[in-house]
Design a protein around this ligand. Structure first.
Ligand SMILES: [Zn+2]
Length: 170
């Protein structure tokens, strides 16, 4: 574990989780004008970065940054935070600018990963299904983006639900 219990308790006391697991979790404490800030290890650090480190039980690698899939700087929901380098972040931002009308939910991303893991869909099909570019689908598959979201986070519609693709599949 990266932080002790007292730190975890102090951290989560400053977070609004009332929207539920898939919603953005606004940081309720101080900020640096853009991102939430949290005092730990003797300095103020970005709250969404700490959230990622808590959820993943490890530090973010040197030179990498915590990026928001939801584009909401004050959000500290760890499933909305992914670890990437500056280039990833800029590519992601440019995709979002171009595809601003597309919003993938964590559950959709988890479902994409589920389909890939079971060999039910190629990235090209997923790109078409979800209206994202093939490179975005490939980056989801490779874990370059949204790596914090695992297929286990998919919430099926039916209890054993594994909805077939409109086309393709087995
Ligand atoms: Zn969010």
């Amino acid at each position: 574990m990266v932080y002790n219990d007292a730190t975890l308790k102090r951290f989560w006391s400053k977070v609004d989780k009332s929207g539920g697991t898939e919603a953005c979790w606004p940081w309720l404490s101080g900020n640096d004008g853009k991102y939430g800030t949290f005092w730990v290890d003797g300095r103020y650090q970005k709250a969404h970065r700490i959230s990622f480190q808590i959820a993943n039980a490890r530090r973010i690698s040197d030179g990498l940054m915590a990026c928001h899939s939801c584009d909401n700087p004050i959000c500290v929901n760890p499933s909305h935070v992914w670890e990437g380098n500056n280039a990833d972040n800029m590519i992601d931002a440019s995709h979002k600018g171009r595809l601003a009308h597309i919003k993938l939910s964590p559950s959709q991303i988890a479902y994409m990963k589920l389909l890939i893991a079971h060999g039910k869909a190629q990235t090209g099909e997923l790109a078409q299904l979800y209206g994202v570019s093939k490179s975005t689908a490939r980056r989801i598959k490779s874990g370059h983006i949204w790596s914090a979201i695992t297929q286990a986070e998919y919430r099926p519609v039916s209890p054993d639900g594994f909805p077939a693709l409109a086309k393709g599949g087995q």
